[in-house]
Design a protein around this ligand. Structure first.
Ligand code: SF4
Length: 217
């Protein structure tokens, strides 16, 4: 596979992080509280799927428990063709680069993208995520109208709050185009990038390879 949305975001933080994910994943150490937060975020995302009523979800697992990307791509294509109103985990691939859109909603003349985040407000990093999704969906021939972030509002009875971020997402789509092919090469290369720990190790996210990168040679 080429560059996924996660690859891209991690590679833009530090190209070595992307390379380690692809070649030495066993070296990462995910703190338990981070794992807990990731699991909780998944629950919030599952709950958001129904925010526009009935939906179809592409998520398909292989026998070994891994995501079956090929089937998810096929389902997305078929459901776009048959006019399905709301597709969750809508999957797109272009030259091997891949992403899944949390919620793809059919609107007049195209589709809106909704990226769901279990966070109390919209953060810049989330809009970059959407920029990546918009970029790939467009390259797959899907007309994208507007982009939204769904964040965790204060009303626990209805916590899904959508904020439009279309203008910035468009800017980030251009930024994705400028960087995705460079990152694809780094992901595939045999040699580990020679990058020393620095400010990038905690910004915007704490890197899970710090122990590996900081161990004495
Ligand atoms: S610890 Fe720092 S240098 Fe090492 S992969 Fe992570 S961000 Fe890059």
């Amino acid at each position: 596979m080429g560059v996924t949305k996660t690859d891209f975001m991690r590679g833009m933080q530090c190209p070595k992080m992307l390379w380690l994910d692809a070649h030495k994943k066993e070296e990462r150490i995910i703190p338990p509280e981070v794992q807990e937060r990731l699991d909780k975020g998944n629950e919030f995302g599952d709950g958001a799927m129904g925010m526009f009523g009935p939906y179809k979800e592409t998520t398909t697992l292989k026998e070994n428990g891994w995501l079956d990307y090929a089937t998810m791509l096929e389902k997305t294509k078929a459901w776009i063709e048959d006019g399905t109103e709301v597709i969750c985990e809508a999957s797109f691939s272009n030259y091997g680069n891949y992403c899944a859109v949390d919620i793809l909603r059919k609107v007049e003349g195209g589709y809106d993208i909704y990226e769901v985040k279990d966070a109390p407000q919209v953060e810049e990093q989330f809009i970059k995520d959407v920029g990546f999704q918009r970029y790939l969906a467009l390259r797959c021939g899907v007309k994208i109208n507007r982009c939204f972030i769904v964040y965790h509002g204060e009303d626990e009875n209805n916590p899904y709050v959508a904020e439009e971020v279309t203008t910035k997402a468009k800017e980030y789509s251009r930024w994705v185009d400028e960087n995705i092919w460079r990152l694809a090469k780094i992901k595939k290369q045999e040699d580990e990038p020679n990058i020393q720990p620095g400010e990038q190790c905690n910004c915007p996210y704490e890197c899970w390879y710090e122990k590996y990168c900081k161990k004495p040679n």
